[in-house]
Design a protein around this ligand. Structure first.
Ligand SMILES: Cc1cc2nc3c(=O)[nH]c(=O)nc-3n(C[C@H](O)[C@H](O)[C@H](O)COP(=O)(O)OP(=O)(O)OC[C@H]3O[C@@H](n4cnc5c(N)ncnc54)[C@H](O)[C@@H]3O)c2cc1C
Length: 162
């Protein structure tokens, strides 16, 4: 089924939400461009979930399928900062799918959390996944006990922490 969305569509964010949207729009024949603020595509699949749980080759192969279907990708473009929705409209985009996820770690609101060596789990994983300096030494304490905390703990060990 083809909805009356217009021909040129911008998907903002390349996480699973944006990629799924681009896939189904491409199947229906729309001209889709995915705009991503980071240099790497995939959202949390790339910058959150560690490679030892989700291999980047697997994800990249999925993204290549979208390319073969005609989806275009632009990385390093933050919508709202580098370009506005109105500018995109002037470029001919007629519909927008905003799939910007939730990148920020939450604060605990306790004394000392602004101190040196304290970092949110998602920031730490993003640094590791982007190859930024993230080696550790000595004892590391992970606060929290959910799935992300386990990813952080396993990654911290691999980065040299104890
Ligand atoms: C450590 C970790 C482990 C996880 N493990 C699992 C798991 O095992 N199984 C599971 O099902 N889920 C898991 N999740 C959750 C899953 O990753 C998220 O639910 C999913 O990625 C959300 O998808 P999304 O597309 O909504 O957002 P995201 O994946 O966050 O993607 C949003 C994208 O939008 C981009 N963006 C934001 N603002 C802009 C802007 N202004 N302009 C352009 N681009 C922008 C961001 O850079 C990002 O690439 C995990 C999450 C984390 C953090």
């Amino acid at each position: 089924m083809r909805y009356n969305l217009g021909n040129k569509i911008a998907v903002v964010g390349s996480g699973p939400s944006g990629l799924s949207c681009a896939y189904y729009l491409a199947i229906d024949g729309y001209k889709v461009t995915v705009l991503e603020k980071e240099e790497k595509l995939g959202g949390m699949l790339t910058l959150g979930i560690p490679s030892f749980r989700l291999e980047k080759e697997v994800l990249n192969a999925e993204i290549d399928v979208l390319r073969e279907m005609g989806v275009s990708f632009k990385t390093g473009v933050e919508v709202g900062k580098d370009i506005t929705l109105n500018q995109l409209r002037e470029e001919g985009y007629e519909a927008f799918y905003l799939a910007i996820g939730a990148q920020g770690g939450r604060r605990l609101g306790i004394e000392g959390e602004e101190g040196q060596g304290v970092i949110s789990g998602v920031d730490f994983l993003r640094n590791v996944n982007l190859g930024r300096k993230s080696e550790l030494s000595g004892n590391v304490v992970v606060i929290g006990g959910g799935n992300v905390a386990i990813d952080v703990a396993r990654t911290a060990k691999r980065q040299g922490g104890r």
